[in-house]
Design a protein around this ligand. Structure first.
Ligand SMILES: [Zn+2]
Length: 237
């Protein structure tokens, strides 16, 4: 009887151990593992969605990452502009992706004719527009940041053409010359100037770029004209 009781006691003790062991080593870690896997997955999904939203909202592209065929002369990244102040930290040309792609096509056509596009200004963050407005408020030269300009939408470019040696074609006035001579309707320029302007305007029109009457250098890509004003800021290298 004593022996039977002893065996029974042993059995109970060993059973308890067996019950405890799986609970401590298998069940709990599985639960913990599930949590650990679930959390990062959720985080990744959230991040992915945020990134996608951000890309949809901005969708800006640095033109030199998709084409080496442009000459860049970003005037507002220097003091050589009508404000006589440097307002960009670095001379990069960002545009809405579709504006950039259309501009590349237009440039390819110019290149076939022995010319290429030189870019003076591209997308301009709203904060820069405000800065420019502070320097020169209440004129026709700087758009009121309350409305925003086509440059703030990534739809506008300021440009000219250069020949195969990199010389600018004569367009009658310099970039940012604010006077009637810069208007498309001004016809007293030399035949060569009128021809150069015509080449610029007609070629860009084929790729859906619209001119404005008073600045021969300014063009707007129609499909992006109603895009949101943006304050997206790029990282300078
Ligand atoms: Zn412009």
């Amino acid at each position: 009887m004593k022996i039977k009781l002893f065996i029974l006691l042993l059995l109970i003790i060993s059973c308890k151990k067996e019950v405890k062991t799986p609970l401590e080593t298998n069940s709990l870690p599985i639960e913990t593992q599930k949590d650990t896997i679930a959390e990062p997955t959720k985080t990744i999904e959230t991040n992915k969605n945020n990134t996608e939203t951000l890309l949809r909202d901005t969708s800006f592209i640095n033109i030199k990452t998709i084409s080496n065929d442009f000459i860049l002369d970003l005037k507002y990244a220097t003091e050589d502009n009508f404000l006589h102040q440097k307002v960009y930290d670095c001379p990069d040309c960002y545009l809405r992706k579709n504006t950039a792609l259309a501009l590349i096509k237009a440039n390819q056509e110019f290149i076939k004719q022995g010319f290429r596009i030189k870019l003076y200004d591209c997308y301009r963050p709203l904060d820069i527009q405000k800065k420019m407005w502070q320097i020169l408020p209440g004129t026709n030269y700087v758009a009121n940041p309350k409305k925003g300009s086509k440059h703030n939408r990534g739809a506008a470019v300021d440009l000219t053409l250069v020949d195969s040696l990199g010389n600018e074609l004569d367009m009658g006035t310099k970039f940012d010359f604010f006077g009637p001579q810069a208007h498309h309707t001004y016809t007293k320029h030399s035949p060569q100037v009128l021809k150069n302007r015509k080449l610029l305007k007609e070629t860009l029109a084929k790729y859906n770029f619209k001119s404005i009457y008073n600045e021969w250098w300014h063009y707007e890509y129609r499909p992006e004209i109603r895009s949101n004003v943006s304050n997206f800021k790029w990282q300078c290298e």
